[in-house]
Design a protein around this ligand. Structure first.
Ligand SMILES: [Zn+2]
Length: 139
């Protein structure tokens, strides 16, 4: 229990940022529910119900600390395992994860590689999650 609280506290600055984004999604009519030690937030249940704004977003899901935000509940079902690896990364890195993730993307760009797909943390999330989908835009 103490270890769990320590992980929550360590990632809490990132989760606070996630809660700000979650509040915006809720104001736009989204939903939130606690699940597995995270807060899952979705704009709509299905793609058909998405508004133009949500459809135009660059990412399908994003994890900020213990807050996972997805365009739809359907997509969250497919990306949940991947996003939970990112939650574990936040628990390991704390607020330094924002810098480490960006540095990894920058490093890949400087090597002529892809900022998102070749990012160390995305590779880890894809390899450790069961599904082959790695298409989420995550920070
Ligand atoms: Zn990801």
């Amino acid at each position: 229990m103490t270890r769990r609280l320590a992980k929550l506290a360590w990632a809490s600055p990132c989760s606070a940022v996630g809660l700000v984004f979650a509040a915006v999604v809720l104001l736009l009519g989204g939903r939130a529910r606690p699940a597995g030690g995270t807060l899952e937030v979705t704009f709509r249940d299905s793609e058909a119900a998405l508004g133009r704004l949500a459809r135009s977003l660059q990412f399908r899901a994003i994890t900020l600390g213990h807050v996972i935000i997805a365009a739809t509940g359907q997509e969250l079902d497919g990306l949940r395992a991947h996003e939970r690896v990112h939650v574990q990364q936040y628990e390991r890195w704390g607020i330094a994860f924002f810098v480490a993730y960006a540095a990894s993307s920058l490093w890949q760009l400087l090597r002529g590689r892809r900022a998102y797909w070749d990012n160390h943390f995305e590779i880890e999330a894809r390899s450790r999650s069961a599904g082959p989908r790695g298409g989420s835009r995550s920070a």
